[in-house]
Design a binder for this molecule. Structure first.
Ligand code: FAD
Length: 381
């Protein structure tokens, strides 16, 4: 389905992830420890600069290769997958797409060298309805002053800078949502404690609080009032990377179930001899393949600079629901041992994968996005 260049890239990524990431994935999860020791090897592989042009120090690859990298990372460690996806698609992309040359020169080389960037959109009162942001940016003579909070922000504890949205108007009817690049070291920028969550426990998720945060004018990203549109464009790309995470997590569960079904003997024969188990494996593999086709198609459309909003929502919706189902089926194949922490990763995958149905727009929101596009274009092909 994909050409030899991309197959080679996958093999390279697979070997790297198996050598460097897989051996400690379970430990990161159990200890809720961030992947600090992984940052250098990931950076050297170019995985923190997948979208950053060489002139800013990046090692850019096309979208399909980037998606394969997130997939292979997630196949062994969901926490590594989400950290890569959030940094590249949500942290660095907006600077590249909407930033000035000065902003690119200031932030992208640091990101390419392995310093993480984050994306602050969600707020306690603005989740799916991200346009309802309550964070305020007030313009003074010398700078912007930002007040508000963002929640569930991936890598918030680590990121040196966050792309955040705020309402740049005192008029509640004029949302004028605007994006800013905010730096962690500035006075008034506070990071909450690392959240204790069901899965992806190796990735750091935390609140951000902005208290009279003084933001230089040059850190406004794009024009006043363009923040919401920028967010939609950013999420279109980000959703493909969540689809890729789902592919990796689902594949990890399927890999494990396939091997276990061949090894585990009950009633004097491997459980894979039973048609009931075979049907489970067949359904898992078939749905995963269909999900992969959707995710790769969205990536290829982006690479071809063709419209891909509908396809990115479809691939995220389908791949995340398939991967969740695949993890549950894998647990069925493994029986009790699948429910336990270690020696198999299925229990961890089962906890990790649910995020794919939530982050960057829930499945319900993806259905809204797809339906709106269908009804607008009246083209369902
Ligand atoms: C691990 C993790 C990492 C995250 N990382 C980031 C990050 O880096 N940056 C960031 O900005 N955010 C991040 N998020 C937040 C995430 O994107 C939001 O949680 C998500 O968009 C849903 O918002 P909410 O939780 O407020 O749910 P709500 O919007 O409160 O929705 C609750 C439920 O209602 C449903 N619902 C809402 N509106 C509708 C509707 N119109 N029609 C039908 N159903 C509806 C939803 O689908 C959901 O099932 C992260 C979340 C998690 C768990």
């Amino acid at each position: 389905m994909i050409d030899s260049k991309h197959e080679e890239y996958r093999e390279k990524m697979r070997a790297f992830m198996l050598e460097k990431i897989e051996p400690v994935a379970a430990i990161l999860d159990t200890e809720q420890r961030f992947l600090d020791e992984h940052m250098q090897p990931l950076t050297e592989m170019g995985l923190l600069s997948c979208l950053i042009p060489e002139k800013y120090g990046g090692m850019p690859v096309d979208t399909l290769s980037y998606i394969i990298a997130v997939e292979e990372a997630s196949r062994v460690c969901g926490s590594t997958g989400i950290t890569l996806a959030a940094h590249n698609s949500l942290g660095t992309f907006p600077v590249l797409a909407f930033g000035t040359e000065e902003q690119r020169q200031k932030y992208l080389p640091r990101a390419a060298k392995g310093e993480l960037m984050a994306f602050g959109l969600t707020e306690p009162d603005a989740g799916s309805d991200a346009g309802g942001t309550r964070t305020m940016a007030r313009k003074t003579e010398s700078c912007w002053v930002v007040n508000g909070s963002k929640c569930w922000i991936t890598s918030a504890t680590k990121a040196f800078a966050t792309i955040a949205t705020a309402r740049a108007s005192d008029d509640p009817n004029d949302k004028a949502i605007t994006s800013f690049i905010l730096e962690k070291d500035w006075e008034g920028y506070a990071v909450g404690k690392k959240e204790n969550k069901l899965g992806l426990r190796g990735s750091d998720t935390a609140f951000l609080h902005f208290d009279d945060l003084k933001v230089p004018f040059e850190n406004q990203l794009g024009e006043i009032g363009h923040g919401f549109k920028q967010m939609l464009i950013t999420l279109d790309g980000g959703r493909i990377s969540i689809g890729a995470m789902a592919l990796g997590l689902g594949q990890g569960a399927l890999d494990c179930a396939l091997k276990y079904a061949s090894d585990r003997v009950q009633f004097g024969k491997p459980i894979s001899y039973n048609q009931g188990i075979q049907h489970l494996l067949a359904d898992m593999a078939t749905e995963m393949k269909a999900a992969r086709l959707l995710v790769y198609e969205a990536a290829m459309l982006k690479d071809a600079k063709r419209p891909f909003s509908r396809e990115s929502a479809m691939c995220k919706l389908y791949a995340s629901e398939v991967a969740t189902r695949t993890a549950t089926r894998a647990m069925t194949v493994l029986g009790s041992i699948g429910y336990y922490t270690g020696p198999y990763p299925v229990e961890r995958i089962w906890r990790d994968v649910k995020l794919c149905e939530i982050g960057e727009g829930t499945s319900e929101i993806q259905r809204l996005v797809i339906a709106r596009d269908l009804l607008k274009t009246m083209d369902a092909v």
